[in-house]
Ligand binder design. Structure first.
Ligand code: PLP
Length: 355
């Protein structure tokens, strides 16, 4: 059966050019790493980059302040890290989002206090694709001299990433989201930002993360990032056209609704809710047709709780249960979109009749 992969927000296939670049470092070039960039730390995943940024800053500045600011639609790598820090005396403010999942930068400004140690906001949401006004939030933080961390794990490879333009002091990426290897995260930390390491041991990564570096993985991450941005002008207009056709076609289904912002959204994200249907059942039906998709966040699939993102956007619980996320990649075709648009109306209708 021909499979149609529409779950690129969860993970992507390794690009053959990336594998070629990595192979020598898994075979002949096995020496220990020595020279590495000063503002970049390689970690074991995007989650670890988020953890290092948030805990690293929080514990380094605890004497100055114990207040964290984030949003309720962040990835669990951020939310659970803030919750963990609450055990150590930190307090978190979760600045609410609107019904599109978008933050108002002024709300962030109002949440800041003299005790605020860090603001952590995602560049784009992994479930609904909404792009946050991070440059403006960063400007507000910088004026108050508060470190600003951007979880750019979903945006990496899709949106322009310039830490100066985004006013980001720290920024997290994960290689497997842009056709790089799994198990490699990247943390940018502006020079001068004080981070307390979270893995103790040797002095690798300039003392920010102990442990022998994953050289092949790092080469793969760097190659994948370079290729993603070289390919962007060619690949993104095509993906946007596919996304827009997918969105228009799916919204023809009665009782369907787009989730996330209509224009300020990731180029590859088409996410919906359907009245009177369980997202899990849609996934099963699509799976039988060889289509890989997701409901809510891939990381929480398998649990029946409605997505924390959709609830924070004030979607009724009933509707939030009927969510479907289709995320396109560079190898998807018009035929893939046609196949979904042919199959989905029947699937939704059948599932509604079963209830
Ligand atoms: N942050 C966001 C926004 C994500 O979408 C993800 C993964 O889905 C992560 C962090 C965690 O990245 P990783 O899977 O590399 O740990």
């Amino acid at each position: 059966m021909h499979t149609i992969y529409l779950d690129h927000a969860a993970t992507t296939a390794l690009d053959a050019r990336v594998l070629d670049a990595m192979l020598p470092y898994l075979t002949t070039e096995y020496g220990n790493a020595s020279s590495i960039p000063t503002e970049v730390t390689f970690t074991g995943c995007g989650s670890e980059s988020d953890n290092l940024a948030i805990k690293g800053i929080a514990f380094a500045s605890q004497k100055k302040g114990n207040h964290l600011v984030t949003s309720p639609i962040e990835h669990h790598a951020v939310l659970h890290t803030c919750q963990y820090l609450e055990r150590f005396g930190f307090k978190t403010t979760y600045v609410p989002v609107d019904s599109y999942g978008r933050l108002d930068p002024d709300d962030i400004g109002r949440a800041l206090t003299d005790q605020t140690a860090l603001v952590s906001i995602m560049y784009a949401n992994n479930e609904v694709g909404t792009i946050e006004p991070v440059a403006e939030i960063g400007r507000i933080c910088r004026a108050r001299k508060i470190p600003f961390h951007v979880d750019a794990v979903q945006a990496g490879g899709s949106l322009p990433i310039d830490v100066a333009e985004l006013n980001a002091d720290l920024l997290s990426l994960s290689a497997h989201k842009f056709y790089g290897p799994k198990g490699v995260g990247i943390l940018y930390a502006r020079q001068g930002v004080r981070l307390l390491p979270q893995v103790q041991g040797g002095s690798q990564e300039r003392g920010k993360r102990a442990g022998t570096e994953n050289v092949a993985g790092i080469v793969g991450a760097a190659t994948a990032l370079r290729l993603a941005y070289e390919d962007l002008p060619r690949v993104m207009p095509r993906i946007i056209a596919l996304r827009d056709r997918l969105i228009a076609g799916v919204l023809d289904i009665a009782g369907s609704q787009l989730t996330g912002h209509p224009t300020e959204r990731l180029p590859n994200n088409a996410s919906f809710v359907f009245e009177g249907v369980e997202g899990e059942s849609i996934l099963l039906s699509l799976d039988l047709l060889g289509v890989a998709a997701s409901t809510g966040s891939a990381c929480t699939s398998g649990s029946v709780d409605p997505s924390h993102v959709l609830l924070a956007m004030h979607l009724p619980v009933e509707l939030a249960h009927g969510s479907l996320r289709l995320t396109l990649g560079k190898d998807n075709t018009d035929e893939d979109v046609d196949a979904i648009l042919t199959a989905l109306p029947g699937i939704i209708e059948k599932l509604r009749q079963l209830r």
